[in-house]
Write a protein that binds this ligand. Structure first.
Ligand SMILES: Cc1ncc(COP(=O)(O)O)c(C=O)c1O
Length: 433
């Protein structure tokens, strides 16, 4: 078994050392599928092993198979940060193991969750009176929104942009709802007209689409949705965090009209996965969609349970890590990190624009740059493979009008101008090969 203090000190030391050297490790795991599985024992040990052996195997077996999301040169998907205060809070949350199924099962978890959701609501400039809580992911938050929308409207159709996240389609499929995708305009924004909404339960608008970070016209969509008796859900999973900065609030125009809104602090607010904030302007109706109290959970206190606001019963103490981040960085600290990410993205976009060999393929928004090398799709695809195989940077791609395009997403708190410059050098070096 373990000596908790001694093993704990070793685990913390391992963690601190990892964070110090993560920039020297390959960003994308350089292993082949099945390579790790072949080295792992086929069955669990019969006899107890020391925790030190777990740490040893972490280094010897697992480390090569990590894609290092904490690397300053991780530029894929949406780059994220697990910050030190949140890492420590996760440790303590695991030790406390609060399972907030009803208020009395963890008054602290329930009430801190309400508190931090409200703190973030204020920091983002969202309306008073919204009810916020935490789900694991934006996928679950949007699932809950579609359930609430169907409950309130009694309708079964979801409408979103062709560029909405796949979680909207997956959720509609899981719920047996019909999905209608609407085409986007030249700036990759969901069209507002040209389709009916009379039988629609929910219109999903996206602020910061996954592929291009484009921003749907939320105000116009909300007005149309409401005129037709539909629910308006806003997916701002990535870009919503930017609203802590006044200058990014242009993209929040009309969000105050939303019936629900999701933002992921685990994307761009320095909190490790999982932490997704979901607010609703209609808490009573939302709650009706989820409340179901079996006898064994009935209590005589008046307080309510956050399990009445979403699909799961058991709830992790996720608010602790968000609380730690908000307190240890302060709004000021968070703002300066996000501003630096946007500045670095603008810098990279400017290099792309200035070079005759490269092209910016979508307007640069927030901290994402979508670009391509002049030439064939196959060349861009091969270039992506080569830069990722170098281990120096990790980027991903998407398709725009059938063309293969590359994405550079900045979102790690350790990323500096030198890292972004390095990405540009690696891309150019590999392209010229
Ligand atoms: C706009 C948007 N919505 C939803 C999601 C899904 O997020 P999650 O992994 O938290 O379910 C993503 C993921 O990148 C996203 O970009």
């Amino acid at each position: 078994m373990t000596d908790f203090r001694e093993d704990g000190a070793a685990a913390l030391e391992w963690t601190a050392r990892y964070l110090e050297r993560v920039g020297e490790l390959p960003v994308l795991a350089q292993v082949k599928p099945g390579e790790l599985s072949a080295q792992l024992p086929a069955a669990a040990p019969e006899r107890p092993e020391p925790f030190a052996d777990v740490l040893r195997d972490l280094d010897e077996l697992l480390l090569p198979a990590f894609t290092n999301w904490q690397s300053p040169r991780f530029f894929s998907y949406f780059a994220v940060t697990s910050s030190e205060p949140a890492i420590l809070a996760e440790l303590i949350a695991a030790a406390l193991n609060q399972v907030a199924i009803v208020w009395r099962a963890s008054p602290a978890s329930t009430e801190l969750e309400l508190c931090v959701a409200d703190w973030v609501r204020q920091l983002l400039g969202l309306p008073d009176g919204w009810h916020g809580h935490i789900e694991d992911t934006a996928s679950t938050s949007t699932l809950a929104a579609l359930i609430a929308a169907r409950h309130v409207t009694g309708r079964n159709v979801v409408v979103c942009s062709e560029h909405a996240h796949s979680s909207v389609e997956k959720n509609a499929r899981m719920l047996g709802m019909e999905l209608r995708k609407v085409s986007a305009d030249d700036e990759l924004r969901m069209r507002v007209d040209g389709y009916g909404l009379d039988d629609v339960a929910c219109v999903v608008a996206t602020v910061g689409t996954t592929s291009f970070a484009s921003v749907d016209p939320v105000r116009a969509l909300a007005e149309r949705a409401h005129a037709a008796g539909a629910w308006l859900h806003v997916d701002a999973a990535y870009a919503g965090s930017s609203w802590i900065c006044e200058e990014e609030r242009w993209s929040a125009d009309g969000v105050e009209l939303a019936d629900s809104l999701v933002i992921n602090p685990h994307k761009w607010l320095l909190v490790p996965t999982d932490c997704s904030l979901i607010w609703t302007a209609r808490p009573d109706e939302w709650r009706e969609a989820f409340t179901l109290t079996p006898e064994y959970l009935r209590t005589d206190d008046e307080a309510y349970s956050l399990a009445d606001f979403g699909p799961p019963l058991g709830r992790r103490f996720r608010s602790l890590k968000l609380w730690a981040v908000l307190r240890c960085y302060g709004a000021e600290g968070l703002r300066s990190i996000l501003r630096e990410h946007v500045r670095l993205a603008e810098l990279f976009a400017a290099w792309v624009e200035e070079s005759p060999d490269w092209e910016l393929v979508a307007p640069q928004r927030f901290s994402l740059v979508v670009f391509r090398r002049n030439g064939a799709d196959e060349d861009n695809e091969a270039l992506e493979s080569r830069v990722n195989a170098s281990g120096e940077i990790f980027i991903t791609h998407t398709k725009l009008d059938g063309r293969y395009v590359l994405r550079l997403a900045i979102g790690n708190a350790r990323t500096t101008e030198d890292d972004v410059r390095r990405a540009w050098e690696v891309l150019n070096k590999e392209a010229e090969r």
